[in-house]
Ligand binder design. Structure first.
Ligand code: URA
Length: 278
């Protein structure tokens, strides 16, 4: 039997393949053939000692200088704590983050995604990290899951002008990969300070990563959702509730019913402690 060779994919098909695999941004202007790079790890020690230094790979002009990603994680966490602690206002915090060099995610993100909504709001929603649409627009939750978040907020009788929205991580991880624990720890002091400065009556964590990070629990979202937690902002204790991440609800719509129950509980709590529209 003659085997008919598959036709070679064209550029459009290749790009679609990469996009599906999560490869949607270029890190350098040209391809890097890592197989032809000198493999110093495999070389015998005697050769390694006398080998010439590795050539510095050229960075594209838009890429920020390298040293910031070389800050050791412990030092970066300490820097972040110190910087966040000293920010007196949300604007100062945003400015600090814009120049913060301790998190390498800023090197691959297009821009900082700080927050959206009303800083005077009584309710604050926190997600995990920006995706592609958020990275382009510079605002959290503007893509498909953002549209669903808007409907979740509407279910409480509010809209973005009466809610405040942010993420634990303010830069998009490349290809939407999961942030590393180190990246999360480096960004944590900033979101903690952001919560303290917004000082909402109710904090809503969206999905597992944000819930586990902010509410210091290792339990999964099935266990944590719909329960009240105490969140210590540093200046007072506020009520916090976890619910499903809208992206998860898009994939598993059968959980929307539970999520809407959580939102009703949140709406009642807002009503009991003041006007939901203030
Ligand atoms: N998912 C998040 O966690 N945050 C966003 O801003 C968008 C999608």
């Amino acid at each position: 039997m003659d085997l008919i060779p598959e036709p070679a994919p064209n550029v459009r098909q290749l790009l679609a393949f990469y996009l599906e695999a999560g490869v949607d941004c270029a890190l350098t202007e040209g391809p890097v053939d890592r197989l032809t790079e000198p493999d110093t790890a495999a070389a015998p020690i005697a050769v390694r000692e006398t080998a010439p230094p590795r050539p510095v790979r050229e960075m594209p002009a838009a890429m920020p200088a390298v040293p910031r990603s070389e800050i050791a994680p412990e030092a970066a966490i300490a820097l972040a704590r110190e910087a966040a602690r000293t920010a007196p206002t949300l604007e100062a915090l945003r400015t600090l983050l814009e120049s913060f060099e301790g998190c390498a995610l800023r090197n691959t993100a297009t821009r900082l995604v700080f927050a959206d909504g009303n800083p005077q709001a009584r309710i604050m929603f926190v997600g995990e990290a920006p995706g592609r649409d958020e990275d382009i627009e510079g605002l959290p939750f503007v893509g498909r899951s953002g549209k669903l978040l808007d409907r979740m907020i509407a279910a409480i009788g509010l809209d973005r002008s009466k809610a405040y929205i942010a993420n634990v991580i303010p830069w998009r991880p490349p290809g939407n990969r999961t942030p590393t624990p180190q990246e999360t720890q480096i960004c944590l002091p900033f979101i903690q300070r952001q919560i303290e400065l917004v000082n909402p009556d109710i904090l809503v964590t969206l999905g597992n990563p944000s819930t586990q990070t902010l509410l210091s629990t290792r339990d999964g979202i099935m266990k944590t959702r719909g329960r009240w937690f105490d969140y210590d902002t540093g200046t007072r204790t506020i009520r916090a509730m976890a619910t499903f991440h809208p992206a998860y609800l898009l994939r598993s719509p059968s959980y929307k019913r539970m999520s809407w129950q959580d939102l009703r509980t949140i709406a009642k709590a807002l009503e009991q402690s003041g006007s939901p529209s203030s």
